[in-house]
Write a protein that binds this ligand. Structure first.
Ligand code: UTP
Length: 243
């Protein structure tokens, strides 16, 4: 059984671009713990570092394609950082950790039977790492796609702009697709979802949850609650996308 966890870049860095070492430390513990229950693909976002590169790229007149490529490189670099840190930590165990960062869905698909945990960053221009997470979930026929971000779930309006925004306990995938169809998408500005990702989630029918990854212990509880069939807890603490 596979679990795909998307770690948003906002969890890795603070607003000054410094690494959130404590948070990363806690997430590594949670990831190692969760390997007792499932094999895991960890999809790592680019965060502020990717956005900085994209701003620099635009100043140098790079194309959208080239700016996306910068974001992809940074997300892979972030994925490698977490992979290397996890390997340091589990020296004495027999956990099979994939030592490279797959760069295409095909490569990931080919490697999946040989490892217990695989880290990935970006795949191709024109999407965000949410797209990668959806591709990884479809390729591995994941039981769950768990999206860890810096808000408590999906809200009826942007919670960073509107203090009265309400968290949705669940939302049908069709409603999300409708919401995201209206948005423009450029390098570095893909919102919580991009449209390709939503279509893949719909097609593969992978159950997807969105939750706050700033508290890794709570994130662990939410993922375990889902795996144990306690959807009431998941609805209270996260948003379930109904496929
Ligand atoms: P992210 O998915 O990290 O975007 O990729 P993000 O909006 O910054 O999300 P978080 O908050 O870090 O999770 C960074 C950029 O890399 C490019 C896109 O330009 C994206 O905005 N990218 C990433 C791709 O073009 N293709 C990919 O497969 C992944």
């Amino acid at each position: 059984m596979w679990l795909v966890i998307k770690l948003g870049g906002s969890l890795l860095f603070n607003i000054n671009g410094e690494l959130h070492l404590d948070l990363i430390d806690k997430w590594l513990d949670v990831l190692i713990d969760l390997t007792q229950y499932s094999k895991i693909i960890v999809v790592v976002g680019g965060g502020i570092l990717a956005r900085r590169y994209i701003v620099w790229g635009r100043r140098l007149n790079l194309t959208e394609f080239e700016c996306d490529e910068l974001g992809i490189h940074v997300s892979r670099l972030n994925a490698y950082l977490l992979l290397a840190a996890l390997k340091q930590r589990i020296k004495a165990t027999d956990l099979r950790v994939c030592g490279s960062i797959p760069t295409t869905p095909r490569e990931l698909y080919g490697l999946r039977n040989s490892y217990d945990i695989i880290f990935v960053g970006g795949f191709i221009p024109g999407q965000s790492t949410i797209g990668v997470a959806a591709e990884a979930a479809e390729a591995s026929q994941a039981k769950l796609l768990a999206i860890a971000t810096d808000v408590k779930g999906i809200f009826d309006k942007d919670p960073k702009k509107y203090p009265d925004a309400k968290k949705l306990d669940e939302i049908p995938i069709e409603s999300l697709i409708e919401m995201f169809l209206k948005r423009d998408e450029h390098a570095g500005t893909y919102a919580l979802f991009d449209i390709q990702a939503l279509k893949l989630i719909k097609r593969s029918k992978v159950t997807t949850i969105v939750f706050d990854g700033r508290d890794p212990e709570n994130a662990r509880e939410i993922i375990l609650a889902f795996l144990r069939g306690n959807t009431e807890f998941v609805k209270r603490t996260a948003t379930i996308i109904i496929t």
